[in-house]
Design a protein around this ligand. Structure first.
Ligand code: GDP
Length: 573
């Protein structure tokens, strides 16, 4: 069949008489057959159609039209025209308004280009069902003002540094600070930084961070018009020497009676301008007094607190009476602390955002469901280990997160409604990913579902000081947080970050003992909050040991670590 003739026929509805009767012809303009006139238009239309079909590939998140909605009401919104695939293969467009400020959690007015992730994150995430409380929003805005007023390159900062150099505390400093030391693996760092920020918020302190090897390469600035990076000429800089024995630590000063925490003791004159807070997992009994009300009263009078930790110490802040009421107002939903603070603070830099978005669009966007599986193996060699593979599969199949395979090797006829699942695996080792990918390649699934398995990197071992290594680790935590369902490994802060940012309650795989897969292999967690691995067990009033996981309904022991503490929404109990 001559397609050209058909096209010519179809595209020439106007016969000669029509042409002769129109104005152009009467005024002597060149007569042009309609087919010649319309052909370029048709080609253009066809090209446009092709482009639209190609962009329709991003079905669950097609961003083929994205624009900011104007007007006062829409200040914080993107309008996304989402292209949804329908059953007959055609596609339909629907307009979704996305709130790029996350319910007011983020401040408006940042330069968007310098940190694309800040306002684009909303395009990759499902909307959180957890709204930040109005009081949290009010406190965040106030805190931003404080960071601006007292942050680096301000007169007040210079004054506070001068006073720090003098070595003595003063009665009422206008600006007080928490300096966070960059320390430990990336997941640990994210959790301690969120904890330090909450502490800064509770105590009206400015938060400044030691940039370490790569903090500035990984995270955008969270506060508008002010930097959270500790200036390089900050006079206290021997952070490497700060450990459990450091004479500058609050715990050691208490023990040596350099300062006193008794209610009437410890005059302001005798307090130093700064103390080091050693909140690392190996901390001693005197360091742990940080979590007591009387000690908080002393610390309030010290303008500079330099803090080092590798733990998410937020649950124990909830047990200090001084902060009880304030925390309740900030977080009426107790299990949303890291979820909100994490989304507020941690925005990947443009380089990391490139790693995240390219990977997402290449491998994950098209799937109808995204399953994240985070594999972290402690205490043993590099693996892969059969018992870990058994545990991953045992958990995913038992909990019906992934379908079982059919013993047959032949393919089954898939129905047009077949579902596709993308499995994003993260691990230092590629062995588990290879086994699971091959399993779904070599066998059909019993449900007919199509399972694609991906793993962005396999770095083999932890390389804490290396820039690209940490960028990949951050990108992978973030990608996991974009999952619909999540499986994580016990004890891993890497997994906690993903679950908290994603607002996900994962199935957590218990820590294997004696190289055997535990039975059951995993369980669903009570809340999306991270676990505090090294909490104190001390009753400050009674001055004796106590089970801090049994004092209030919203601080419980963790699922993956019997002595750890985590926040849960008490209403769930
Ligand atoms: P945790 O040790 O599991 O609590 O997590 P951390 O993030 O604090 O430390 C582990 C570090 O090992 C990470 O920061 C990475 O440097 C590296 N790592 C562990 N698992 C992975 C992984 O799945 N992917 C990548 N890229 N790095 C990982």
């Amino acid at each position: 069949m001559d397609m050209k003739r058909i096209r010519r026929h179809q595209s020439s509805p106007a016969g000669p008489s029509d042409l002769e009767s129109n104005g152009a012809s009467r005024h002597g303009a060149e007569k042009r057959p309609a087919s010649r006139f319309l052909r370029p238009v048709m080609i253009l239309l066809a090209c446009l159609m092709l482009l639209l079909v190609a962009s329709g590939a991003f079905r669950s998140l097609s961003l083929d039209r994205l624009r900011r909605v104007g007007g006062v009401q829409g200040m914080g919104e993107f309008e996304v025209i989402a292209r949804q695939g329908s059953e007959n293969g055609s596609s339909a467009s629907s307009s979704i308004r996305k709130d790029k400020l996350l319910g007011g959690l983020l401040a408006a007015g940042f330069d968007e280009e310098s940190c694309l992730s800040r306002y684009q994150a909303v395009l990759y995430r499902k909307e959180s069902p957890h709204l930040p409380s109005p009081y949290l929003l009010e406190r965040l805005r106030k805190h931003e003002v404080l960071q601006r007023k007292c942050g680096p390159n301000t007169e007040l900062y210079n004054k506070a540094v001068e006073q720090l150099k003098s070595g003595q505390s003063i009665e009422t400093a206008e600006c007080n600070y928490v300096v966070w030391i960059s320390y430990s693996g990336l997941g640990n760092r994210v959790l301690t930084l969120a904890s330090a920020f909450l502490y800064a918020l509770l105590t009206n302190r400015v938060l400044l961070i030691d940039r370490g090897a790569d903090m500035a390469d990984l995270f955008c600035e969270p506060f508008p018009e002010s930097s959270w990076l500790l200036p390089l000429d900050f006079p206290v800089n021997q952070f490497n020497s700060f450990d459990i024995k450091a004479p500058q630590s609050y715990g050691n000063m208490l023990e040596k009676k350099v300062i006193s925490n008794s209610v009437d003791g410890g005059s302001t004159g005798s307090l130093p301008a700064y103390v080091y807070l050693h909140l690392d997992h190996d901390y001693g009994d005197f360091d742990k007094l940080f979590f007591c009300e009387d000690d908080q009263r002393v610390l309030q009078k010290i303008p500079w607190l330099v803090l080092k930790s590798d733990n998410y110490f937020v649950p124990s802040l909830f047990l200090i009476p001084t902060y009880e009421e304030e925390l309740h107002q900030l977080f009426p939903e107790k299990d949303t602390v890291f979820h909100h603070l994490g989304r507020y603070l941690f925005h990947p830099t443009n380089t990391v955002w490139g790693l995240i978005t390219r990977y997402y669009q290449s491998y994950l966007a098209k799937a109808e469901e995204k399953v994240g599986i985070q594999v972290r193996v402690f205490d043993t060699g590099p693996g892969p280990f059969q018992h870990v593979l058994d545990q991953i599969l045992g958990c995913s199949l038992k909990e019906k997160l992934l379908p079982d395979i059919s013993a047959a090797h032949e393919s089954v006829v898939s129905s047009p409604t077949v579902r596709s699942k993308a499995v994003l695996m993260t691990s230092l080792n590629s062995g588990y990913y290879e086994k699971i990918r091959n399993m779904y390649w070599e066998h059909p699934t019993v449900t007919g579902e199509i399972i694609s398995v991906y793993q962005p990197s396999h770095e083999e071992y932890q390389q804490t000081g290396k820039q690209m290594h940490n960028m990949k680790a951050w990108a992978e935590m973030y990608l996991l947080s974009l999952s619909d369902v999540l499986v994580t490994s016990a004890w891993s802060t890497f997994g906690y970050v993903a679950q908290g940012l994603g607002g996900l309650k994962p199935w957590i795989m218990f820590k294997p003992e004696n190289e055997t897969a535990p039975d059951p292999p995993c369980r669903r967690v009570m809340s999306m909050e991270p676990c505090f691995h090294a909490p104190p067990f001390y009753d400050c009033k009674a001055k004796r040991g106590v089970d801090t996981g049994a004092l209030v309904p919203h601080v419980k022991h963790c699922e993956d670590m019997s002595w750890g503490l985590k926040l849960v929404d008490q209403d769930e109990w």
